[in-house]
Design a protein around this ligand. Structure first.
Ligand code: FRU
Length: 502
């Protein structure tokens, strides 16, 4: 099909998430906050709504919720596809692409060389630069700048390191089939020196892709910075398919040493549940953080899809949304450093839409109970629940009595489940109708969930963001009921607040 052909109503287009107007997207690329604007570049097929012709699309936002699409930023050509990468603000013009008074933005991306190229079959790292704050880009004449003669060397994330070892650029990228993150150093973004490698470790059930490396203070203490290395892998996630894992440790300017590695070398599949996951759901992949986010915040966005069925999801004329942006922080949980995640964006400035709904201290009897006045398809649900005698209790969203997406707690198992087997259109791929789970434990006897519902997705943040689950759903437009339920006994709602968005 061509990009502009819309065949059915665009009922799944999200209100709070970015999706391209009428084309395909996958990984977020080059996330940067620059001159007051959040820039989201992304893997884009400018000509169709399935994967191909990989180029960098571009959108901008000032509130992380409403996005404006711009023309393609970096386009593929006869020689190369433009695979994932990052952008830095080269403030001191170390690359020489700008001037001291007008320093450039520099994109570091993977050239996936095509059969017609002298580098055919290779993946190597290349540069492009922008002198107009990120709207137009010029490819560097001497690309690629870093090749290992490898066909699986990709997804460079470049950061500025400023520490005991000096001040320079660091690149983390992957040797995807070797389950390795490779680290390089540069003073000018053009000449790169190999530093070290990390992996294989923990989950290795699929290729390693899209790494990131950044410092975070542990428990908010600036005197105790730790380093976080994130690595996406496909397949091999905790509920099958694409997912992201992370490691916490130290980085001395040369080597990342993890303190949270469970298994060195190739994975023991039985131990998947012991690894640290950015998200336990099916649709959180290629997560990466913004460069230069304000106030040293660490903000991440992921692609809300899964390579298992990405090209088949029933949206048109676009295909694949991004997730909400998340602010992440590092806290000690049960004696170990763990990421805590919260959705971020200027929700307060969104126009009022519909009546807010609240409940306090309400028993849930066995069965399913519709909440009159709570229906919606773009909403945030904050709920705190205390177990009674029920083996499972929770919420059904986007329901209509027949279909719905179940979000529940099983206290004896210590799990959060998202069941989308009856969520609406599920038959476009055999692995889509799923019931997925994540480990959660009660805090002072209760469970809290924040759920963002947005037309074709649910993003669940449990226990203040200690565990998250992100899942696509494709319900009928008219299925908007919110119900609470308890199976095999009772439970109590301590507090429930539902905010409706436009
Ligand atoms: C991850 C990925 C990257 C690659 C890009 C190609 O989803 O496979 O490794 O750069 O997508 O579109």
């Amino acid at each position: 099909m061509t990009a502009a052909t819309a065949t059915t109503a665009d009922t799944f287009r999200p209100a709070l998430h970015y999706a391209a107007r009428n084309t395909w997207l996958n990984d977020p690329n080059g996330l940067i906050f620059h001159e007051g604007v959040y820039h989201l570049y992304y893997q884009n097929n400018p000509l169709d709504n399935v994967w191909g012709n990989m180029s960098w699309g571009h959108a901008t936002s000032t509130d992380l919720l409403t996005w404006t699409e711009h023309p393609v930023a970096i386009a593929c050509d006869e020689e190369e596809d433009i695979f994932s990468g990052s952008i830095v603000f080269d403030q001191d013009n170390t690359s020489g692409f700008g001037t001291d008074s007008a320093p450039p933005l520099v994109a570091i991306y993977t050239s996936a060389f095509k059969p017609g190229s002298a580098h055919r079959g290779l993946q190597a790292q290349s540069l492009a630069y922008s002198l107009d704050s990120g709207y137009t880009w010029t490819k560097h004449a001497a690309n690629p700048v870093l090749s290992r003669g490898s066909a699986e060397f990709r997804d460079p994330k470049v950061i500025r390191y400023d520490g005991d070892a000096g001040s320079y650029w660091i690149m983390v990228a992957v040797e995807a089939q070797d389950f390795q993150v490779v680290l390089y150093k540069s003073h000018d973004l053009k000449n790169w020196e190999a530093l070290s490698t990390f992996g294989p470790a923990n989950a290795t059930g699929g290729v390693w892709e899209c790494p990131d490396l950044f410092p975070l203070p542990l428990d908010g203490d600036p005197g105790n910075p730790q380093w976080v290395l994130t690595v996406n892998l496909n397949p091999g996630g905790p509920n099958t398919g694409s997912a992201g894992q992370y490691f916490v440790g130290g980085f001395d300017g040369t080597t990342f040493a993890s303190s949270t590695t469970v298994t060195e070398g190739l994975q023991d599949p039985a131990r998947l549940g012991e690894y640290q996951w950015l998200d336990w759901g099916r649709d959180y992949y290629a997560a990466v953080s913004f460069s230069d986010a304000p106030d040293d915040r660490r903000l991440m966005i992921a692609w809300m899809n899964n390579w298992e069925y990405a090209n088949q999801i029933p949206t048109t004329p676009w295909r694949s949304p991004m997730t909400l942006a998340r602010e992440i922080s590092l806290h000690t949980v049960d004696g170990k450093p763990r990421l805590i995640q919260k959705a971020t964006g200027n929700f307060a400035a969104l126009p009022e839409a519909g009546q807010a709904f609240s409940l306090t201290d309400t028993a849930i009897a066995e069965g399913t109970h519709i909440l009159e006045g709570a229906a919606g398809s773009v909403q945030r649900i904050d709920i705190t629940l205390t177990p009674g005698t029920a083996e499972e209790f929770g919420l059904v969203v986007r329901g209509d009595g027949t279909c719905g997406t179940r979000i529940g707690i099983r206290p004896a198992e210590g799990t959060l489940v998202v069941d989308r087997r009856e969520s609406g259109d599920t038959d476009f791929h055999e692995s889509f109708p799923s019931i997925d789970s994540a480990p959660v434990r009660a805090t002072e006897g209760s469970y809290d969930l924040t759920v963002y519902v947005d037309r074709c997705s649910v993003e669940v943040f449990a226990q203040g963001g200690q565990a998250t689950m992100t899942e696509l759903i494709f319900p009928p437009e008219t299925s908007t009921d919110v119900t609470v339920y308890a199976i095999g006994g009772t439970a109590t709602i301590n507090r429930l607040d539902i905010t409706q968005f436009g």
